[in-house]
Design a protein around this ligand. Structure first.
Ligand code: SAH
Ligand code: SF4
Ligand code: F3S
Length: 490
């Protein structure tokens, strides 16, 4: 991330009569300057500001990418609005399950109607779905009104792509198969003033047999620890108190660095940043979760008491077919060790039902694990076949009705255990980071506990971004109602 003054000083030195530089990020600074001129010319022509809207599908990684794209749009002069009637709309897509793809095609049909009424309107598509050649073919054939398509590896080029888009009447397509590049120091916007996601690595090398992410996000690469620390230090000076370190498998952080560093070591460095109050991270692969990490979490004052530890399946046979590289017993031993070392931790998980060959007996084993681990929350997904992954060619003799029945059985147990867990803090005083005013009742604000549970309590917008002490008065399923307690009483 670059400071505004620094960027402005660099832009002053750029002469657009020169050819664009080839080195990054200088090349992008050149195109930021050119895009600004373009946007201001359009603005003069229309007699009003140009508006833009970003629609994000998918995980926190995509949300973070969207903040970077919005940062560039704002920097070159677009006014961001939350409405697809904008002059430029980008869709940052997800392809982890087929329903994510279907939602995007639905939006495209809708936005095409709007484009017919506003010929200036530009439509851009980016994100994971665009890394699939079959998707690009479909868009070229049936969604010809799309102006720009780019992928997950070249979002840093957005200013350059916008310039190409405004200078062309053809659909611009720029997709890279993979990259080993990490371009730093571009402008970025933040959705919240007090918390922020921070990429620590990109891509994934695990190739779980059902998962498309390694194909659309490329090989695993870790960011340099100095860049990560500097980014967080800058965020803290801007008022951020909580960071979420992001990666598909944060536990393998650092393996690709010239001077290897473990995730546990990185956390210790982040902990030292003065003014930073809370640290979260996503996602942990059980196979790489080290004892060092557990010890660092145990002794940390800042790392939140929450661990998302995807199980995916409870049957060792299915785990093996999924290429998860742990057994049911290894997972259970790990969960017990974590609970023993950090008793107040909340554990959450992801589970897939309906993987090829999974039977009712396999799902019984998943249910057993859920009962034994006692998750605070579990996200359950129906298996979705992703073309190009090894699982897509595995036969599945289990019928749809049986899969649905297995899913419902699991969901019932997940909900029962979660409900019994969440109330366990009733009566305690805990710190909560206030995130927003309550949508339904304006006398309440909503905060998040260290263990990720939400608490609603009386307060006003002046509390947003502050960490306050709250007594958890009543438990309501997945959230608490509470009351603020002055600091000196705790
Ligand atoms: N890197 C993370 C998760 C990324 S995808 C991890 O390893 O945990 C988020 C979740 O989507 C996964 O945990 C998995 O439960 C689910 N998922 C991934 N591919 C899927 C598929 N083909 N069908 C259904 N669910 C899937
Ligand atoms: Fe997908 Fe597995 Fe990588 Fe997670 S670790 S992104 S589930 S391949
Ligand atoms: Fe979806 Fe891509 Fe994330 S496929 S889950 S947005 S990495």
């Amino acid at each position: 991330m670059i400071k505004n003054e620094e960027l402005e000083a660099i832009l002053q030195t750029i002469d657009l009569r020169d050819d664009a530089p080839t080195d990054e990020p200088m090349r992008q600074y050149y195109f930021i300057k050119q895009a600004r001129e373009l946007v201001s010319a359009e603005r003069a022509k229309l007699g009003r500001p140009l508006t833009a809207d970003g629609e994000t599908f998918g995980c926190q990684m995509n949300a973070k990418d969207s903040e970077k794209l919005i940062g560039i749009l704002e920097n070159i002069g677009f006014e961001m609005i939350d409405d697809e009637s904008a002059d430029l709309v980008f869709y940052n897509t997800c392809t982890v399950r087929d329903n994510a793809n279907q939602r995007v095609y639905g939006r495209l049909g809708f936005v095409n109607q709007m484009k017919k009424k506003n010929p200036h309107k530009k439509i851009a598509l980016c994100g994971c779905m665009m890394q699939e050649p079959s998707v690009i073919e479909k868009i070229q054939k049936s969604y010809k009104f799309v102006d720009l398509i780019f992928g997950t590896h070249n979002i840093y080029k957005f200013a350059e792509l916008i310039v190409s888009m405004y200078n062309s009447n053809e659909m611009i397509i720029d997709i890279w198969e993979d990259t080993n590049k990490i371009v730093e120091d571009l402008p970025a916007e933040r959705k919240y003033s007090f918390k922020s996601g921070v990429n620590i690595m990109y891509g994934c090398n695990n190739f779980c047999s059902y998962c498309i992410v390694p194909y659309v996000r490329g090989r695993e690469r870790s960011r340099n620890p100095r860049d990560i620390i500097q980014e967080i230090e800058k965020l803290v000076t801007e008022g951020v108190v909580e960071v979420m370190l992001l990666g598909q498998n944060v536990n393998s952080y650092g393996k690709t660095l010239e001077e290897p560093m473990s995730f546990a070591q990185l956390l210790q460095e982040v902990e030292k940043i003065e003014g930073l109050q809370r640290i979260r991270f996503m996602t942990s692969h059980p196979k790489d979760l080290s004892d060092d990490l557990i010890q660092v979490m145990k002794h940390s004052r800042k790392i939140c008491r929450h661990l998302h530890l995807p199980l995916q399946a409870g049957s060792t046979r299915i785990l093996e077919a999924m290429n998860r590289r742990y057994t049911k017993e290894q997972y259970l031993a790990l969960a017990h060790k974590i609970r023993r070392e950090i008793p107040d931790i909340a554990l959450t998980t992801d589970i897939i039902v309906g993987f090829p060959g999974e039977t009712a007996a396999d799902v019984d084993e998943t249910i057993e694990v859920v009962r034994e681990v006692q998750y605070d929350n579990a996200f359950t997904f129906l298996y979705s076949k992703r073309t190009g992954t090894p699982a897509a060619t595995m036969p599945n003799p289990t019928g749809e009705d049986e899969i649905k029945a297995n899913f419902d059985r699991l969901l019932k147990v997940v909900q029962e255990t979660a409900r019994s867990r969440v109330g366990r803090l009733t009566g305690q005083v805990q710190s909560a980071l206030v995130e927003e005013c309550n949508e339904h009742d304006s006398t309440l604000v909503s905060g998040r506990l260290s263990n990720n549970t939400i608490v609603h309590f009386p307060g006003d917008s002046s509390l947003i971004g502050k960490i306050v002490n709250v007594r958890l008065v009543e438990s309501h399923g997945f959230y608490y109602m509470g009351e603020q307690v002055p600091d000196n009483i705790v």
